[in-house]
Design a protein around this ligand. Structure first.
Ligand code: GLO
Ligand code: MG
Length: 381
């Protein structure tokens, strides 16, 4: 068994907002002291975390003067160099201020849409200045409760317009390698959010002016909130080269956004997501986007950080064990036997005769395979 300590080469990352979270929820006041974005960068770097993500406002609060902005960015760059930590995503906070109460890019008010775009432009600039090359758009409030008030067809058009506008800016600025991503979520804080799942986001991306430059960030909890299999969500994005980042956390299905520590629920699904990205050699950041429990004090937040990382590393070890397990691999070999067979042309295929009853008798071994997987995860293999 390994020591389950992170290395920079593991590509772990945390959102600044996850550590800055003070335990506040819709029903209660904060339960722990605030911490600055700068201090989070330092603390994560010291713990061998490879990268961080942020909303530009986590580092540079909205309304900062140009001098304050420049000082904070300079200080962030200094701390990043000191602790050998990089920034892998800089999005924008287009959800906290009341001006965005009915969304940003999909607001009916052109001034609010412009303000939202300004926030995203600012995030792209700040991201560029800290050496990051991804702007993950989680719009938060671009959704609705009152369908009579907002036309979803119009909303989708506005989201497309917004993404095209930001892409044009990236091109004009010659921010080489800078990319955009959509982070879908089905609901919360809105009753319904536009583009609720990875599939919806991928469909919109295909209609952009420069679809090749926009991908998705799949968050496991968001897929589970929609009652989906998070493993399948991540797999589809990965298969089409659109998984630009992945947010690892945990969630009981069909509930409010619980943002639990990675692995705290849905262990088997978490295992298969780790297996997916590891087996594929995916080189994106393993980003944790979760919240410490409201019951955690400032110090225990670091237990949360360590917990996310340890669970990932333990699951990665289980993946290796799964791939090396003789019984599991021989079952898999039998299950996949002949799977790559060619499909004859339609003229030939339509005349072929099949013994469907014989085909139906093929053994699947699912009971045994699943039990072996279970036992491996439970630590008795
Ligand atoms: C909220 C989202 C949010 C995004 C972040 C990305 O549910 O997960 O935390 O990940 O805004 O920039
Ligand atoms: Mg997220």
């Amino acid at each position: 068994m390994g020591d389950h300590q992170p290395k920079k080469s593991d590509h772990f990352s945390f959102g600044l907002w996850t550590i800055m979270n003070t335990g506040r929820d819709p029903f209660g006041e904060p339960t722990r002291e605030p911490i600055s974005g700068l201090d989070v960068i330092t603390e994560l770097g010291r713990r061998n975390v490879y990268a961080y993500e942020m909303h530009a406002e986590d580092l540079v609060p909205a309304g900062s003067t140009a001098a304050q902005r420049d000082r904070l960015i300079k200080e962030a760059n200094q701390r990043m160099a000191d602790e050998n930590i990089i920034c892998v995503n800089c999005g924008a906070n287009v959800f906290a201020h009341p001006v965005f109460k009915d969304g940003g890019l999909t607001s009916h008010d052109p001034k609010v849409r412009q303000l939202a775009l300004q926030r995203y432009l600012n995030a792209i600039d700040i991201g560029h200045e800290v050496g990051c090359n991804l702007c993950d758009l989680w719009w938060g409030r671009d959704g609705a409760e009152v369908d009579a008030a907002k036309d979803p067809v119009e909303a989708i058009k506005r989201l497309r317009e917004g993404l095209n506008y930001l892409q044009q800016y990236i091109d004009e600025q010659s921010y080489a390698g800078y990319r955009l991503a959509i982070e879908p979520k089905p609901n919360e804080p809105r009753g319904d959010t536009y583009l609720p799942t990875g599939g919806h986001a991928l469909a919109l991306i295909a209609t952009l002016d420069k679809p090749e430059n926009c991908g998705v960030v799949i968050e496991l909890a968001h897929a589970r909130m929609a009652g989906l299999n998070a493993y399948h969500e991540v797999a589809q994005a990965l298969e089409c080269g659109k998984l630009f980042d992945c947010h690892f956390n945990a969630q009981k299905p069909l509930r409010f956004d619980q943002d639990l520590r990675f692995g705290a629920e849905d262990l088997k699904e978490s295992f298969f997501v780790v297996k997916l990205v590891e087996d594929a050699g995916w080189d994106g950041p393993r980003s944790f986007d979760a919240h410490p429990y409201r019951t955690a004090d400032r110090e225990e937040v670091w237990d949360f950080v360590e917990g996310c990382i340890r669970t990932y590393l333990i699951l990665r070890e289980k993946v290796r064990q799964f791939n090396a397990d003789a019984d599991i691999q021989s079952l898999l070999k039998e299950i996949h036997e002949g799977a790559e067979g060619p499909i004859p042309p339609p003229a030939e295929l339509s005349k072929m005769s099949f013994d469907a009853d014989a085909l139906a008798r093929r053994k699947m071994h699912h009971e045994r395979l699943d039990q072996l997987t279970q036992e491996l995860l439970l630590g008795v293999r």
